[in-house]
Ligand binder design. Structure first.
Ligand code: G3P
Length: 217
């Protein structure tokens, strides 16, 4: 399973990259605003900065919602850097645009996916990634992990190449659950990745090894 970090915070991106387990980055307009990145020029430059600090795919989301504008904005984003993946919302014009980008060889991430039907449509259109939001489904008492399971079944039935990018991952158990189900990618906060490290028996075992080593010297 690939690990993406879901943030526009450059320091956290660098920290995750330094861990040696990072495969890419996802961003969205809310995450950019959270970092205080505003204005078209600054936003575009920030995407380039992110690309220059990681080795994998970097999702950059279009703001446009009509077909012509999505194409224009998506092509401009794709030209910024070879690592850019154009993130397109799951709307009718978005699906049409994903097909256009597919034909042009531009990678896409279909975002705001909340049903298996939407995921099927994204795969039919040729999306590189589909992003089901598991945390937001759980926020409204719906089963986000079951959605990943359903999409996995459908994609495997027909050998779709679209990668399931489990998004809105909030914590470490989500990462493990997505890995068990067979999501291709998960994107979440750095804390969800670092959380995988933790086990009290590791800490106490290491403390004892170091203590015994001191006694022997
Ligand atoms: O980037 C999309 C998704 O991961 C958002 O997550 O936590 O805002 O629901 P969240």
């Amino acid at each position: 399973m690939k690990f993406f970090i879901d943030t526009a915070n450059l320091e956290q991106i660098k920290e995750a990259q330094a861990l040696g387990v990072l495969d890419g980055v996802t961003t969205n307009p809310s995450l950019m605003a959270k970092e205080g990145i505003t204005g078209e020029k600054n936003i575009l430059q920030h995407y380039v900065d992110i690309c220059n600090n990681v080795t994998g795919d970097v999702s950059a989301e279009v703001i446009a919602t009509d077909y012509d504008s999505i194409i224009k904005e998506g092509e401009a984003l794709a030209k910024l850097h070879a690592q850019i993946v154009v993130k397109v919302p799951m709307i009718k014009d978005g699906i049409k645009a994903i097909r256009y980008f597919y034909d042009k060889g531009i990678k896409t991430n279909c975002t705001l996916v909340f049903s298996a039907g939407q995921a099927l449509l994204a795969a039919k259109a040729g999306a590189t990634y589909v992003s089901p939001f598991i945390g937001r489904l759980e926020d409204i008492s719906s089963d986000g992990l079951n959605l990943i399971d359903e999409i996995r079944l459908i994609y495997d039935n027909y050998n779709f190449n679209t990668q399931i990018l489990a998004a809105s991952v909030r914590h470490t158990m989500h990462v493990l659950d997505c890995a068990k189900i067979g999501a291709d990618v998960m994107t979440g906060p750095l804390s969800a990745i670092v959380g995988l490290l933790k086990h009290p028996l590791t800490d106490s075992g290491l403390a004892k090894f170091l203590e015994d080593h001191k006694k022997g010297n």
